[in-house]
Design a protein around this ligand. Structure first.
Ligand code: HEC
Ligand code: HEC
Ligand code: HEC
Ligand code: HEC
Ligand code: HEC
Length: 447
């Protein structure tokens, strides 16, 4: 028999139970709605089509009405969020002051004038236009390819060769946007697309048809339009990626050797040098993450939740400022442990970079000593080749912007070869000098 009091309590439990059930159903419906919105966001790229964007539109403002969230996060690339230990934002970070070896390494070419830390995509055109490398050296229009949203339009209007060989200075006034939605999206469908032909051409030569790329591949390919090593080929300065033999540093070196290419002759050593620039994509393809199918966008454009909607973060920046979204989707480690792993890889890489730099400095000194003593060019050819080969490897890691994180073991491998080649070069230059002295001594002796 239940007493009145007990009945009341049972009644109470029933009401509470119903309430909890009601809540659960409510939450369930909410979750369902959220995932429907998410699917809509991912499925149809146009949740609301308010404004038509013309095929050749480049001003990000044109997309604003349709995609206010994406526009806002994209415009945050204007923000200076400060340095991380090895990278981060700050346009006024002077990489030549930070490491004087770089000036020695690039003696005789434009990079010895100015070379800075990088910041958000908003500044892509501004920083190029203001650099002493375009202010004080005459550069070709090709430089605009990765630094102006208008570049594909200019190429359509002027033709690829004409745009490339036209002096940078005559095109300055035609470009106003460093980066745009159109770099990575087709304005009609918002699908990811390749807007820069140099990437398509280079992949084609590797037998890869990028129009058949999967969505996950596109989430890296859009970045590989620009974050790659490049050179200007032939009299028309055609933008070319040296990938015919592959993406590894030895493959790239082979491409340049076969073409007989040098960016410049080193002022101190007379060696025919190659300047490597931002090989983010190439280094990345040698990594564990790449092998596991992780894309650039997974870490640099992670999903964020905004009012129940999953949005790819268009504030592209250092993941160290955003470890929670950038890494914890896949890794169940604490932020401090993730940060420790990144910094461990970077500190080790930086140490090996310094080892290579010391070896290359000795090599430059050894060649200069030999030259001063009158050793012939023929006798120094081998040492100069060592200079080219060792510095190309050092530059591959120094110019790559993750300080080794994108592929730690490959970075260590490359730097070990860099130092080894430089030390062999020192031996070669010293032997050439010794031979020269011996010959001079023999010639000077009375018999
Ligand atoms: C697994 C995560 C991950 C992937 C995938 C990844 N990166 Fe990074 N990236 C990082 C981390 C971590 C850093 C180091 C940031 C720092 O030092 O502040 C970094 C640094 C960079 C930087 C320099 C950032 C700065 O603040 O100056 C660039 C540029 C970059 N990555 C581009 C790329 C490109 C392009 C790809 C694809 C080819 C890629 N990353 C793939 C994690 C990743
Ligand atoms: C294939 C694409 C591409 C081309 C072509 C290109 N750049 Fe860049 N540039 C980049 C990327 C990516 C960065 C950011 C990463 C970095 O600086 O390492 C950058 C950064 C820069 C910066 C800012 C950092 C610094 O170096 O001080 C300047 C200035 C610059 N480029 C000038 C030039 C000039 C001059 C040319 C033509 C000789 C040129 N770029 C051609 C992709 C390109
Ligand atoms: C540097 C390349 C790049 C630029 C520039 C860029 N996006 Fe994206 N965008 C991406 C990537 C990568 C994704 C993820 C696509 C995927 O996963 O299929 C994406 C996704 C999107 C989506 C699909 C929904 C989502 O959040 O994943 C929309 C909408 C979008 N971007 C709008 C814009 C707008 C608007 C601009 C300019 C203000 C812009 N994007 C600039 C690379 C870019
Ligand atoms: C059209 C060429 C282009 C494309 C496409 C491009 N980038 Fe960049 N990126 C640049 C240039 C140029 C800079 C340097 C801007 C500056 O410092 O003025 C840069 C800077 C960066 C930085 C440094 C930001 C900071 O705060 O320090 C990161 C990280 C980065 N890019 C990652 C990516 C990723 C990831 C993708 C693909 C989703 C991508 N980029 C696509 C040209 C490009
Ligand atoms: C999309 C999923 C994904 C994201 C995002 C991701 N990782 Fe990973 N990570 C992996 C996978 C998968 C592996 C390889 C695991 C294996 O094969 O053992 C891995 C391996 C690693 C390793 C060991 C291998 C190496 O390269 O040193 C480290 C360290 C690491 N991740 C750190 C990070 C950091 C830091 C971030 C964020 C900046 C990050 N990961 C973002 C999936 C991811």
């Amino acid at each position: 028999m239940t007493t009145k009091g007990e009945e009341m309590r049972i009644e109470g439990w029933k009401v509470a139970g119903a309430f909890v059930l009601f809540l659960l159903v409510g939450v369930g419906v909410g979750v369902l709605l959220m995932s429907i919105t998410e699917r809509q966001m991912q499925g149809e790229a146009f949740p609301l089509r308010i404004a038509e964007v013309p095929e050749d539109g480049v001003d990000p403002e044109l997309w604003r009405a349709n995609f206010p969230r994406h526009y806002d996060s994209f415009m945050r690339t204007r923000e200076d969020y400060g340095r991380t230990p090895y990278a981060g934002s700050r346009g006024d970070y002077d990489k030549l002051e930070a490491n004087p070896f770089r000036r020695l390494a690039w003696a005789g070419m434009a990079f010895e004038l100015e070379y800075n830390g990088i910041r958000g995509h908003y500044y892509s055109q501004i920083d190029q236009a203001q650099s002493r490398r375009t202010q004080e050296r005459s550069q070709p229009g090709t430089c605009l390819n990765c630094h102006a949203a208008e570049a594909p339009n200019l190429i359509r209007e002027m033709g690829w060769e004409e745009m490339s060989r036209t002096p940078y200075d005559s095109l300055r006034d035609k470009v106003h946007f460093g980066s745009s939605c159109a770099d990575c999206h087709s304005p009609n469908t918002m699908e990811l697309r390749i807007s820069r032909d140099a990437f398509t051409n280079a992949m084609e030569r590797r037998g890869v048809d990028v129009s058949q790329a999967t969505r996950q591949e596109m989430r890296s390919y859009v970045c590989a339009q620009c974050h790659v090593e490049y050179y200007f080929r032939g009299d028309d300065n055609i933008l070319t990626f040296p990938w015919d033999h592959g993406f590894q540093v030895e493959d790239i070196e082979r491409h340049f050797d076969e073409y007989g290419f040098a960016d410049w002759t080193h002022r101190e050593t007379g060696a025919p040098m190659i300047k490597i620039q931002h090989p983010e994509w190439e280094l990345y393809t040698t990594s564990t993450h790449y092998a596991a199918g992780v894309a650039c966008a997974d870490c640099h454009m992670p999903y964020t939740r905004e009012g129940g909607v999953k949005v790819s973060d268009h504030w592209i920046r250092s993941p160290l400022t955003n470890l929670n979204n950038a890494c914890q989707t896949c890794h169940s480690m604490s932020e401090s442990e993730l940060e420790r792993r990144v910094l461990t890889a970077q500190t080790r890489t930086a140490e090996l970079v310094a080892v290579a730099e010391a070896a290359i400095t000795d090599l430059i000194d050894a060649i200069v000593d030999a030259q001063d003593a009158g050793v012939s060019d023929a006798a120094l050819e081998e040492a100069r080749l060592y200079h080219r080969r060792s510095q190309l490897r050092w530059d591959f890691i120094d110019a790559e912007n993750s300080t080794g994180f994108h592929s730690p073991q490959e970075s260590a491998r490359i730097l070990a070869h860099s130092a080894d080649l430089a030390r062999r070069g020192v031996v070669s230059a010293r032997m050439a000098l010794a031979d020269h002295r011996a010959a001079a001594a023999a010639g000077a002796s009375p018999e």
